[in-house]
Design a protein around this ligand. Sequence first.
Ligand code: FE
Length: 334
Amino acid sequence: MPNRTEPIQDIAHLGSVELLTPKPDRSRWYFENVLGMEAVYSRAESVYLRGYGDYATATVKLTAARQAGVGAIAWRTVSTEALARRADAIKRTGLGLGWSDGDFGRGPSYRFRDPDGHPMEIYYEEQRYRAPDHLRSTLKNLPQKYTGRGVNVRRIDHLALFAKDVAANREFAQQLLGFQLREQVLFDNGRTELGSWLSPSPVHHQVAYVKDTSGGSGRLHHFSLWVDSREEVLRAADLLAENGIFIEAGPSKHNNSQGFYLYSYEPGGNRIEVYSGSYLVFAPDWEPVTWNEEERGTGVYWGGALPESFINYGTPDVPTPLPVTEKTPVFDPY
Ligand code: FE
């Protein structure tokens, strides 16, 4: 029997993602009218949205900012006790930022940054969504009416973050948050970690860390929303094209994760994926799948090759590598 330490199972799932946008009105139009999400609340520079299948009141927060990028990435814990345990553990790393009263619809949250500087928070108390009359579903177990507007994404799924040091961030997610490592891309006979896919739930991955060679930090590669079928991904491509949205890649199938993907840039510049396929993982003793250069190729199982921009472009955009003495400006959502 392998010698395993007791797994940490304190984090339930990805709760919400804040996206920063220099074009807030156009970004809202993209998420509301093209992707078909529902805006539920707005205050100051932010609007809160949800997919029709999300049980929480809000799962996407759009915030007006000078540059595109990712703001607070929020993870829900399994209990109040789990929240306290994780907060204590993170505090001991020196990456903790402290407690807040919580964002819209939430109880107290503990804020921190991952080693690459992405702002994150954990919380437990969550307001359950109560649909207003015009959005009430006739199906009792559906939190909100299936509106059929635009792409009509069901729920948030995952995000991919750039990191200078993939291993350091992967270890943080495993050791401090208890995420299970699902797949990895290792080059140079295992010496260079180019990407790691992790999750706290049966969803294949809820966060991926991919190598950032730009000199920037705290950058977003993409944020992904789920639809139930590959047919809906194809339909999304028609809708994006009809609305003048730039499609960077897909619809095609990845080898790692088996995801059926479609990448576009929302008007603020963030890369957004409409996603289906993939697979669930139930094994508590899952053995991470590793891919070397030859096996990985470009990450495409079939379909067109991914363009160069897919490797380098992220938000905020860093057109040329910065000198090491200069720091990329990082938006502070707190
Ligand atoms: Fe993805």
